[in-house]
Design a protein around this ligand. Structure first.
Ligand code: SF4
Length: 888
């Protein structure tokens, strides 16, 4: 501690902090216009100046560090005069009408507090307003050259959009396009708006509709990163979301989706009244009729065909409480284990591999370990687009010295800052990761102590992996042997090393094996059970981790516990035993529908038709069903083409509950606006139908918190997570008691009870989906920064204008060979179907590989994908499809 004197009073403050921080700790709030807690101090505005004993000139408090015995004059006439002079200088060229119109900006408050009124004079800037961007209004006449926008874009987002031009009074901050913000490389994270103290950069929605009247803390409705945010509302409408400095994952940052893509909530085509299909048309009905008909038709099908003729799909966008109710409804009210969710088509392979080898089917570490790692391995994931806050944090870690290894067929953004980028042919992760393991073992880069104490089957593995030389893997993967060796040395030689992976690993016929091969690398190098290490699946949707973990999984009950292990405990709590017959997963349900064994499907927040691979087979399956119940906000493709009953659900802005992010963190979702129209929260719809199915005592919940209390009772590792505790931030499970702090790193001492984890010996099983003369290119699919999965939400926001959806991206060399030009429509054919998309040339792709997103029904890219599935859990192979491309 340092003892300092501030304005004559003695204080003890932490050693090494800045004078500005010390003043704030002591309850003083000097102006600091260019200061932002997320940024290094700039000392540019001079509004925080103080006097320091022994120093002749005034000192910027944000730059000076405290020292024991320091005498600080914070409020005396000299510093006040300096501050006033600095503010007057800034006000001298400031447009006065801005102050009058929006008095609440920090700079405006300061001017008022100091009684300074800007007056129009010849030095006032007259830069024209740039209204080109749908979310951000640029009015550089208000710029005071604090450069916070420049620094935050560089340091927090790593995008370098804002550039400083000119000097002195001619200084201008301009976007990197040199013209408009819209034309720049801006990724619309809104960080510059958030930090700007004057409103030079402002949220358009706020400028046009007024500042929010209320802010509600909640959790983002998009990806599995799980950023907490503040939802700003005005007149019961969502205006904008804002980042929260104390949010544990995003730490005062958001991406374009979380911050701005909210317009879907109030979209004109949102369905807010229950609908029943009548021929080709829909008939609006009341809730009583909709619930009664749903229950009656389900009861009828169960009576005629048995309970296993019905399937229920929980939703990655619904809360934990709602997914818990969905599986309970399937198991208790209907009597079937046919319940699944979209984890099946994304990270079920991760859960299976991690559970099989390490004992827990979830991320081993936390996002805070990104900053603790010396080496970061990004495998089959594109975080800057799909998990943007994770991507930004990885960028910052690399800037601060971490070494980055990227394994991805595309030269993704992170590859540009990587120490090493391996670009394997799609479908060859297993031979590549095996070869990395070979190098680690053969060059004795293993963590011998860790292997001795915590790893099983090393001797057998060493014998197995001897055959997987880089020379053997090189022709299979297309990665030179020397690069494989260099990558293995990088990963093994840079402990602690953290691995994150995505669907580029899991969505293959060897998806589970790919994750096992990653786990092998971590086991061999001792990169488990410690900070800065681990194997961490980047979960796609906001609550996909929670949906499966709550029991929307045919073979597991709440808590990820196998049916047989938990059935007795669950029966005691429910007062009725869950069925013991094995349930079908999503893809098995589709198979069963096609061959007549499944008769009804209830899809909650899930557009099965648009998002399942091999759309032709999904279409056949849905067409064969007697009953398709869709519970959603919009008439999805599934509802539009095959739905019989539509139950209108709320968005996460309209209800309470919890989500679980990719690092096992349970966080609160809070109602910011009332349900739109007659829409209802999913938990309420499920309880209503459960009661109508005759299971009233099992669905007598009055609130989502009451549902969570039952979840806690059933799930030992979540028992300590109460809603009251979540008021103060999320908690990561395992959290077995109410005094447990939650678990940031798994497997610190043992692997879910076992002392040792086995290495997996994985042979390569190439995908049957190969290129040939008729289909010479490999298509891999994914999503972009701007759009989200089925596009149900983002396509109803200005994101649709900001970025085109569903283009075929192709290497320029391939396009030239085919005589195709950027922008023209191309017909893409596979062995399974065809789609027409605009062509985009992309130098990030190797020749022979194409990429497309699958967001819109207009392109319907899943017409192309194959029926192939992961051998262990049945996840579809979205990532490898042989295609031919020609001018449409
Ligand atoms: Fe939302 Fe994911 Fe963006 Fe965070 S990174 S704001 S969770 S979409």
């Amino acid at each position: 501690m340092a003892r300092v004197t501030i304005d004559g009073a003695t204080h003890e403050v932490a050693d090494g902090i800045t004078v500005l921080a010390a003043l704030r700790q002591c309850g003083l709030a000097p102006p600091a216009l260019c200061n932002d807690a997320r940024l290094a101090a700039a000392g540019a505005c001079r509004t925080c100046v103080v006097g320091i004993g022994g120093v002749a000139h005034p000192v910027a408090a944000c730059l000076a560090a405290v020292a024991d015995g320091m005498m600080i004059d914070a409020s005396g006439p000299a510093p006040l005069a300096h501050r006033r002079a600095a503010l007057e200088l800034l006000a001298a060229r400031y447009p006065p009408e801005a102050l009058a119109r929006e008095p609440d900006h920090p700079f405006h408050r300061l001017l008022r507090a100091h009684d300074i009124v800007p007056t129009l004079n010849p030095r006032t800037r007259h830069d024209p307003v740039d209204d080109s961007h749908p979310y951000i209004r640029v009015d550089m006449a208000r710029c005071i050259d604090c450069f916070r926008c420049v620094h935050i874009c560089n340091d927090l987002q790593g995008q370098f959009v804002w550039q400083i031009q000119g000097r002195g009074e001619d200084t201008r901050i301009v976007p990197d396009s040199g013209t408009t913000l819209r034309a720049s490389s801006c990724v619309s994270c809104g960080a510059c708006v958030d930090t700007c103290p004057t409103g030079a950069l402002a949220d358009r929605a706020v400028h046009e509709h007024g500042a929010p009247e209320r802010w509600t803390r909640s959790t983002c409705a998009y990806c599995g990163t799980g950023c907490e945010l503040a939802v700003g509302t005005r007149a019961e409408q969502v205006v904008v979301c804002a980042p929260l400095l104390d949010a544990p994952v995003s730490k005062g940052h958001l991406c374009v989706k979380g911050r701005y893509a909210t317009a879907f909530v109030h979209a004109a085509d949102r369905v807010t009244t229950p609908l029943l299909r009548q021929g080709d048309a829909w008939r609006e009905v009341g809730w009583d009729e909709a619930v009664a008909v749903t229950a009656e038709r389900l009861r009828d099908i169960v009576a005629r065909w048995g309970a296993d003729a019905v399937g229920v799909l929980g939703s990655a966008r619904a809360t934990n409480e709602e997914n818990y109710l969905a599986q309970k409804l399937a198991r208790v009210a209907l009597g079937t284990n046919n319940v699944d969710c979209c984890a099946r088509v994304c990270h079920a392979p991760s859960a299976a591999a991690l559970k099989g080898q390490l004992g827990t089917g979830a991320a081993t570490n936390s996002f805070d370990d990104i900053e603790r790692a010396r080496t970061i391995l990004v495998c089959g994931a594109n975080p800057t687009e799909n998990h943007p806050i994770v991507g930004a944090r990885i960028r910052q870690a690399v800037r601060d010295g971490a070494r980055l290894l990227v394994i991805d067929p595309r030269r993704i953004e992170l590859a540009a800052i990587a120490t090493c980028h391996l670009a394997p042919r799609p479908g060859t992760n297993v031979p590549l990761l095996n070869a990395l393991a070979h190098v680690i073992v053969s060059e004795e880069l293993v963590d011998a102590a860790f292997v001795r104490e915590r790893v099983a089957e090393f001797t057998d593995f060493r014998a197995f992996i001897a055959a997987w030389t880089p020379q053997r893997a090189a022709p299979l993967t297309g990665v030179p042997a020397a690069d494989i060796r260099a990558a293995a040395r990088l990963y093994a030689g840079g402990a602690p090393a953290l691995a994150v992976h995505g669907l580029g690993v899991t969505e293959h016929v060897q998806g589970t094996d790919g994750v096992r091969a990653l786990v092998n690398l971590a086991l061999l190098t001792g990169n488990l059970g410690k900070p800065g290490t681990g194997v961490n699946p980047l979960r796609g949707q906001n609550n996909v981790q929670g949906a499966a973990h709550m029991g929307c999984e045919p073979s597991q009950l709440t808590g990820g516990v196998p049916l047989a292990d938990a059935a007795e405990r669950v029966a005691a709590l429910w007062g009725v035993a869950p069925p013991t017959r094995p349930g079908m997963h999503l893809l098995e349900m589709m198979d069963a529908a096609r061959d007549g064994r499944l008769k009804a499907l209830w899809a909650i927040g899930y557009d099965v038709l648009l998002t399942n691979a091999h759309a032709a087979a999904t279409r056949q399956a849905l067409a064969a069903l007697e009953l398709v119940v869709v519970q959603d906000m919009f008439l999805t493709e599934t509802a539009r083409q095959f739905g019989h009953i539509f139950l209108p659900a709320c968005s996460s802005f309209e209800k309470d509950g919890t989500f679980m992010n990719a690092e096992r963190r349970v966080q609160r979702v809070r109602r910011a606006i009332p349900p739109q129209g007659q829409s209802r929260p999913d938990w309420r719809i499920l309880c209503d139908v459960g009661r109508a199915l005759g299971a009233a005592r099992h669905f007598a919940f009055a609130s989502p918190e009451a549902v969570w209390e039952e979840v806690r009772a059933i799930w030992p590792a979540g028992r300590g997570i109460t809603w009251a505790r979540l008021e103060h931030g999320g908690l990561q499970w395992p959290c077995p008691s109410e005094d447990h702090p939650g678990t940031t790193v798994l497997h610190t001492d043992s692997f879910a009870g076992a002392a040792r984890a086995p290495l997996a010996r994985i042979d390569y099983q190439p995908t049957p989906e190969t290129t040939c003369a008729a289909f010479p290119l490999l298509l891999t699919t994914g999503r972009t920064l701007w759009h989200f999965n089925a596009g149900t939400m983002t396509l109803r926001t200005p994101n649709a204008d900001l970025h085109p959806v569903d283009q075929l991206e192709m290497a320029p060399a391939d396009a030239a060979r085919l005589g195709l030009a950027a922008g023209e429509l191309v017909r893409v054919r596979s062995r399974h179907g065809e789609a027409v998309l605009p062509l985009r040339l992309d130098t990030r792709l190797a020749a022979g590989t194409c990429f497309a997103t699958f967001h819109s029904a207009a392109a319907f890219v899943n017409e192309l994908t194959s029926p192939l599935r992961d051998a262990v859990v049945g996840a579809p192979e979205y990532k490898v499809t042989a295609v031919a491309v020609a001018r449409a």
